[in-house]
Design a protein around this ligand. Structure first.
Ligand code: DX5
Ligand code: ZN
Length: 219
């Protein structure tokens, strides 16, 4: 597998979402990252189930749905029905994480777990083999365009070690403040998937930028 670029549509133009999804379709992006926020788990409110369905109609790329919501177990089937291929829940929002991951898999989606910047990867030790995607937040969730937290590099190295030691199939995704300045360094530490919002959508030519980034990255 080559490193995957997952544009975050949080930074897309919501009034021209179809245009932006079509741009992603033409690009070398592997997944489309969709940020769902409830104004409770995080301070912001973004988009919900109807928008995921609308996006699904215009793309074949896997939809990587990042739920920044409280009690995400309430909505797993709804997001699957809307077209989510991956459902990522926050460990901080899931007291029964093992059960929630089983629930996600039982509806046929890949199961992801996101960790806030302050959350230790040690909490994943007993469950790493059950996880398909670990999403390491490299900013505090809630907003696009924030500064990358450097501590993430060390966290990714240690997480990669845990994945390998446990023969887990989990892929490591990095979310927040990703740009060309940290992308290769993250891959070198063990990342597989880079989510990028503002870096891509603020570019003059986002499609070209995705290609350049995808082609520049190597394991
Ligand atoms: C932040 C979201 C991110 C966000 C990343 O809460 O989870 O996916 O869109 O945006 P950038 O790449 O601009 O930091
Ligand atoms: Zn996200």
């Amino acid at each position: 597998m080559n490193p995957i670029i997952a544009p975050s549509i949080l930074s897309a133009d919501f009034a021209n979402l179809q245009r932006d999804i079509e741009m992603i379709n033409r690009s070398q992006a592997g997944w489309i990252h969709i940020d769902v926020m409830d104004g409770m788990f995080v301070p912001n409110i973004s988009l919900g189930i109807p928008v995921v369905s609308a996006i699904k109609k215009h793309t074949q790329k896997p939809l990587d749905v990042h739920l920044m919501i409280e009690k995400p177990e309430r909505y797993i089937s709804e997001f699957r029905d809307a077209g989510a291929d991956h459902i990522i829940v926050h460990i901080e929002a899931c007291p029964h994480l093992h059960r929630t991951l089983q629930q996600i898999k039982s509806v046929g989606c890949k199961a992801g777990v996101a960790l806030n910047p302050h959350t230790s990867i040690i909490l994943l030790e007993n469950i790493i083999k059950e996880i398909d995607i670990v999403c390491v937040m490299s900013v505090n969730p809630g907003f696009g365009g924030q500064k990358f937290i450097d501590k993430t590099f060390e966290k990714v190295s240690r997480l990669k070690e845990m994945v390998v030691t446990n023969a887990s199939k989990a892929v490591i995704e990095i979310d927040g403040g990703v740009s060309k300045d940290n992308a290769q360094k993250l891959i070198d530490r063990g990342a597989d998937v880079l989510v990028a919002g503002s870096f891509i959508f603020n570019a003059e030519n986002p499609e070209q930028l995705i290609s350049e980034l995808a082609q520049s990255l190597q394991y």
